[in-house]
Design a protein around this ligand. Structure first.
Ligand code: AOS
Ligand code: ZN
Ligand code: ZN
Length: 407
């Protein structure tokens, strides 16, 4: 397999850390053993944990005010895959890439697939884009896409989604994620019921063209770019749409797409209870859809979400939603941020495995609030440091000139 990091450098780096890592690992094994947890079982599950990297995430992010690209920013989808391969090589938790179309549309899908495969990478959920106009496009999305009042616009948006599915099939993907910014900026600008009806008709048309082994994931978001109302603004609308559309149409939860303080772990539980939880976009936020690095603001929330997922998996071990990091890196090297974030998500997952679920159930049944929360904290407070290769080799991206990219 092709590797862009010098193996000698990596081995030298790891060799220096090895003694300390083994000592910490043995101490943790002993500690877990006292609670009846075998570290090998946890290790096996941790090794299997993966989260997809978004193709657009390896480019420098920005705000609507400015963008400050770093040196060696990838210029095309092939260079983006180069970066994704480095993230996977060093984190061992990100073997899949989620593509955004048309931002990263390949001229030749087979060529791209082979390029990814040489790094051991594959393609996760495909993301369509009807939230901005593309050059040469006939109809404008200024007033909406899948929900637009004009049928011609809706048909164009439907055709785009179907096209993304066809492309995804050639790349080996198995899901389409649909996020639309459709909504309004003034009370009464849009008829709530009609726009939702249009949405339902449109996604049903896309769903009907989906291959049998594909899922369609509906992503809700409270606001932005529409600031008064958004058609798929919360999990309620998402759930209704997914239920109306069909069995393989599911809801996707992006952590940043809720009002501050919303109980996201409870949304996770509700959607799962009714078989409609399909995936996640991980990130963190302080105010809105900030797209900050996963686990950087509220790692306890991330843990509580995985606590629900682990609880669900206790009933159904085969349950596995689509996981993707959806963050914007404005002040860091995206490769480093994505590695670190993958480890944060993996850490939350691992800690959720350490919760004594039998004890927790008993505390819940006995209404022992203190011990119920203490059993979560016992797992959360454990240091399960994941030993990824910290730091990146010198000269990693030096071969590429700094260049501004459209985002
Ligand atoms: C937008 O806010 C959403 O998070 C979508 O997932 C979007 O497609 C992605 O973030 C790229 O902008
Ligand atoms: Zn998202
Ligand atoms: Zn978002």
């Amino acid at each position: 397999m092709k590797q862009l990091i010098d193996q000698n450098w990596l081995q030298e780096h790891n060799a220096k850390q090895k003694a300390a890592v083994i000592s910490d690992y043995n101490a943790l094994a002993e500690k877990l053993d006292r609670s009846g947890i075998k570290i090998d079982t946890i290790l096996q599950q941790a090794k299997q944990f993966t989260v997809a990297v978004p193709s657009w995430g390896v480019g420098t992010g920005g705000t609507r005010f400015a963008r400050f690209p770093g040196k060696g920013e990838p210029r095309n989808i092939f260079e983006k895959l180069d970066d994704c391969s480095v993230i996977q090589l060093l984190s061992q938790a990100t073997p899949a890439v989620s593509l955004h179309i048309p931002w990263d549309r390949p001229k030749d899908p087979n060529e791209l697939r082979q390029y990814a495969e040489q790094y051991g990478l594959h393609f996760d959920a495909m993301n369509s884009n009807t939230f901005q106009d593309q050059i040469g496009q006939e109809e404008s999305y200024k007033f909406g896409s899948l929900t637009h009042t004009n049928k011609a616009v809706r048909e164009q948006a439907i055709a785009h989604n179907i096209d993304v599915v066809e492309l995804g099939q050639k790349l080996g993907s198995k899901a389409l994620t649909v996020w639309v910014g459709d909504g309004s900026n003034f009370p009464s600008q849009q008829h709530f019921k009609n726009s939702f009806s249009n949405y339902l008709d449109s996604i049903k048309a896309v769903y009907n063209s989906l291959p049998d082994d594909w899922n369609m994931l509906l992503e809700h978001k409270i606001f932005e770019p529409a600031f008064y109302s958004t058609v798929i603004q919360d999990w309620g609308s998402s759930y209704l749409a997914a239920k109306e559309t069909g069995e393989r149409c599911l809801s996707l939860v992006d952590l940043g797409h809720h009002a501050p303080n919303v109980n996201i772990e409870m949304i996770v539980s509700r959607l799962a209870q009714f078989g409609k939880l399909g995936g996640f976009h991980f990130n963190d936020s302080k105010y809105g859809d900030d797209d900050l690095d996963s686990g950087s603001i509220n790692p306890y929330q991330l843990f509580l979400i995985f606590n629900e997922l682990t609880d669900i998996r206790a009933q159904d071990p085969s349950y596995r939603p689509f996981y993707m990091l959806d963050q914007s890196h404005n002040v860091t090297d995206p490769v480093e941020s994505l590695m670190y974030s993958a480890a944060e998500v993996q850490r939350a997952f691992v800690k959720s495995l350490l919760v004594d679920r039998n004890a927790l159930t008993q505390y819940q049944e006995a209404n022992d609030a203190m011990m119920a929360q203490a059993s979560l904290k016992q797992a959360y407070n454990l240091d399960v440091e994941l030993h990824i290769a910290n730091g990146t080799p010198p000269g990693r991206r030096r071969h590429r000139p700094s260049k501004l990219l459209p985002c």
